[in-house]
Structures are given as C-alpha cells and as structure tokens.
Design a protein around this ligand. Structure first.
Ligand code: HEM
Length: 409
C-alpha cells in the first residue's frame, strides 16, 4: 500500500479556510507535518508554537545556512528551481549562523534603533496623503494596487535617504526583479544601482538615515557589505509590509465585528494590527532551517539535511497557546509573526510605524469605505510563503471641496 501524497505547502496559503487545513494536518501528523514544496521536494512544516521556538533558538542543531539542505546538495532541487529566491543560500545576514550572523546582524539592529520615529511618522503620513490624494476624487480605488503596494517601498526608500522619485524607481525595479520575466536581471541591476547611488551620496554627505548608520558601523567590511545590508533590508521589508497593510485592511473591510470594534474604540489600531498578525501573518510560511544531525521534534524523526519551514501562521492557530477568543486576547502580542531567536525580524518597529500610519490614514481620509467585491471572492497573490490579497476594490464618499456651496441658506 502506498502512503498518500503529501499536502502541497500552497494548500495552506491559497485556501479559503487555512484553519481547517492546519487542523487536518495536525490531526493526521501532529505539530510537525511532512508537506510538498514542489513536486518531489518534501519538507517539514513546523506548525507547533513551542517547536518553532525550539528550532529558531537552537542554531547548533537547526541551521539557517541553506548549503546544508540535502535535497539541494544531491541535485533533487535544480539550481533554477522556483524555490531558489526564497530558499537558496544568500551571502548576507540571512544565510549565516552564530558569530558570522551576529556580525552582519549588529549593524542592522543599530541602524533601526537610530531611526527618528517622529520624523519617520511625518514622512509616511505625507506619502499616504499624496497617494490617497491621487484617487480620492474617484470615489473608488483598489487599496492593494493603488496603495498597499506603493506605501512600503516609498517609506523604506525614505528611511535610506532616497527621495520619492527614486522610491518609485526602486519599486519598478523591485517589481521587475520579482516578476521573473526577461526584465528580472535588469530590475536587479537597477535596484542595486539605486541603492549604490544612495550609498555614494551618503559617503560624501552623511545624513540622519539608515544608509549613513550602516556606512558608519564598524562591523561591516567595505561598501559591498553595506550594499548587501541595504538590499536585504529593502527586500525583506517590502512584501511583508504590503501584506500586513493589505491583510489589516481586508480584516476591517470583511469582518463586520472587527470593523465595529475598531470604530467603536474597543479595539485600537495597534490591537487590530496584531490581530492580523495572529490570523494572517505576512510570512505565512517562513523558509527555512536545516537539521545539522538526526533529531526528534514534535514526535517526528528529522533527518540530517532535512528542510524545516517555520509555520508562523499555523503556530498562531496552535490550540495549545491561542484560544481564538478575540475579545479575551486583545493586547496579546506573543504571536510568532516576527519569528524568534537570532534571526527574528529586525524591522518590526519601522514595519509597525508604516503599517499603522497607512491604515490610520485610510480610516481618516476615506469616509464610508466599503468593499465592492464579495468578501469571499477576494483573490490572493499565488505563493506558498505568503497569503496576500491581490486586490481590495473599495468605494468611499468623495470629499466635498471647500467652498462648493453645499450649505443651505
Ligand atoms: C510586516 C512587516 C514584517 C514582517 C511580518 C517581518 C517578518 C520577518 C520574519 C518572519 C523574518 C524571518 C525570521 C527568521 O528567519 O527566523 C524576518 C527577517 C528579516 N526582516 Fe522582517 N518583517 C517585516 C518587515 C521588515 C522590515 C520593514 C524590514 C527592514 C526595514 C525587515 C528586515 C528583515 C531582515 C533584514 C531580516 C533578516 C534578519 C536575519 O536573518 O537576522 N523586515 N522578518
């Protein structure tokens, strides 16, 4: 008798009911489930909250370095696999463990903690206001394409000292880079050229921005490492923040109880954002850790060289830690959306600032906001790693221009 084919990982992201998929996988396999990344390529999906803490905190047993992945080493996964961009080794902070990782990580933490949050808040407000100004008179918009996709890149570009025009150029380059079409290489070249230009400018004229903070950090050896640090921060922050904005707005627009709680003041915007991180974290499934020896986890035997995907969304549904009782859990920020351990996200402060500002500005500027598509018909951007609405078509009241004579005598 043959055992059933493993569940494709994208079944967890592309389904209408992820909780049901997690519950089925847990019932069949426990908190650590064997899934399929692409045909013939299996990996462990770690769905248990404590199990994720175990593997993210024990670098000597579970490496972040993809050169330890057996299926890549033995050629099962070809070098041109679609899994490459997310799973293959990267010569930057993401790819290393231990001291090598810590050296590349310290400059990022120092740079982020140097951010002037009040100044950043004002910049992000200006970006959001300008974008809303572009579509407010139409009374209709797609809050993903017209807004959520643009705000994070302009905001992150600003953090690195690029102006709005350069931010738009960076966005176009990034979209080409991730589009995997013929212009992907040109996108990559342009992306690095723009960040390299910011680096050169700040070497000549330092300023209060992340580029200058990275350039000054003694742990980074030369411009190449500064540039790679910039590249990894922009790339890691871009899609994740789009998803957080889009998922938070989707929750507000589709779940009437959720919207009513925000409007009625029973839920602050930050609490609402955290609820989105519990329910639909931007990195739904985070690649990956690689077992450095045979080891038992959650009752399963993991073999040396196996890949383990962090099921950050599944962990948010782990019945051992999360009751799913929304009112009772307001203020609970112990979700794993930022992961845990030495590689946990260094960008959570700017990410929250961008997302909170983006969501608040929509709520303030667009009265009567309502979805114009059925709540259960919102398309998702295909991916095994993220679960991001592809569009959020909305209508709202068009603001009446000042002095347009609406007052009655
Ligand atoms: C909604 C927003 C964001 C979410 C949910 C998020 C989440 C994550 C997660 C889950 C990881 C992986 C941790 C691991 O492998 O264990 C990560 C890593 C990382 N994130 Fe974020 N992130 C967000 C925004 C940002 C922003 C805005 C930046 C930069 C400005 C950023 C920079 C990074 C970097 C550089 C890493 C790699 C860190 C390392 O390997 O040491 N992230 N993030």
């Amino acid at each position: 008798m043959t055992s059933p084919a493993p569940t494709p990982l994208s079944d967890t992201t592309m389904t209408a009911d992820p909780a049901a998929v997690f519950a089925r996988l847990r019932a069949e396999q426990g908190h650590v489930a064997w899934v399929e990344l692409e045909p013939g390529v299996g990996a462990w999906l770690v769905m248990g909250y404590p199990e994720i803490l175990t593997i993210t905190k024990q670098e000597r047993l579970y490496s972040r370095d993809a050169r330890n992945w057996r299926l890549f080493r033995n050629g099962t996964v070809p070098p041109d696999s679609a899994l490459g961009p997310m799973m293959f080794f990267r010569d930057n902070v993401i790819g290393y463990d231990g001291a090598a990782h810590a050296r590349l990580r310290r400059p990022l933490d120092a740079a982020v903690s140097s951010v002037d949050q009040r100044r950043m808040r004002r910049s992000v407000e200006r970006i959001c206001d300008l974008l809303i100004g572009d579509f407010a008179v139409r009374g209709r918009a797609d809050l993903v394409a017209d807004y959520a996709v643009i705000v994070p890149m302009l905001a992150i570009a600003d953090l690195f000292g690029l102006d709005t025009m350069q931010g738009h150029d960076l966005l176009v380059a990034m979209q080409a880079l991730f589009g995997s079409a013929e212009d992907a290489q040109e996108g990559n070249r342009r992306f690095e050229e723009l960040l390299g230009g910011a680096l050169e400018a700040r070497r000549r004229t330092p300023a209060a921005d992340l580029t200058t903070a990275l350039l000054r950090h003694p742990d980074l050896r030369g411009d190449a490492e500064v540039l790679q640090s910039m590249v990894v921060m922009v790339s890691a922050g871009y899609h994740t923040t789009i998803s957080w904005i889009a998922q938070s707005l989707r929750l507000m627009l589709t779940d009437p109880r959720f919207a009513a709680r925000v409007r009625g003041g029973r839920l602050g915007v930050d609490d609402a954002l955290d609820e989105a991180l519990w329910r639909d974290p931007p990195m739904y499934n985070m690649p990956a850790r690689y077992a450095l020896r045979d080891v038992q986890l959650g009752g399963r035997w993991i073999q040396r060289g196996d890949a383990l995907v962090l099921g950050l969304a599944a962990a948010g549904h782990d019945p051992r830690v999360h009751s799913g009782h929304q009112e009772r859990e307001v203020g609970n920020r112990s979700h794993l959306a930022w992961s845990a351990g030495p590689h946990s996200c260094p960008g959570r402060v700017p990410a929250r600032l961008i997302t909170r500002t983006a969501v608040e500005t929509v709520l303030h500027r667009l009265p009567g906001l309502a979805l114009t598509a059925p709540a259960d018909g919102i398309p998702l951007t295909p991916s095994p790693w993220t679960r991001c609405p592809a569009s959020l078509p909305v209508s709202f009241s068009v603001p009446v221009p000042a002095g347009s004579g609406t007052t009655t005598p």
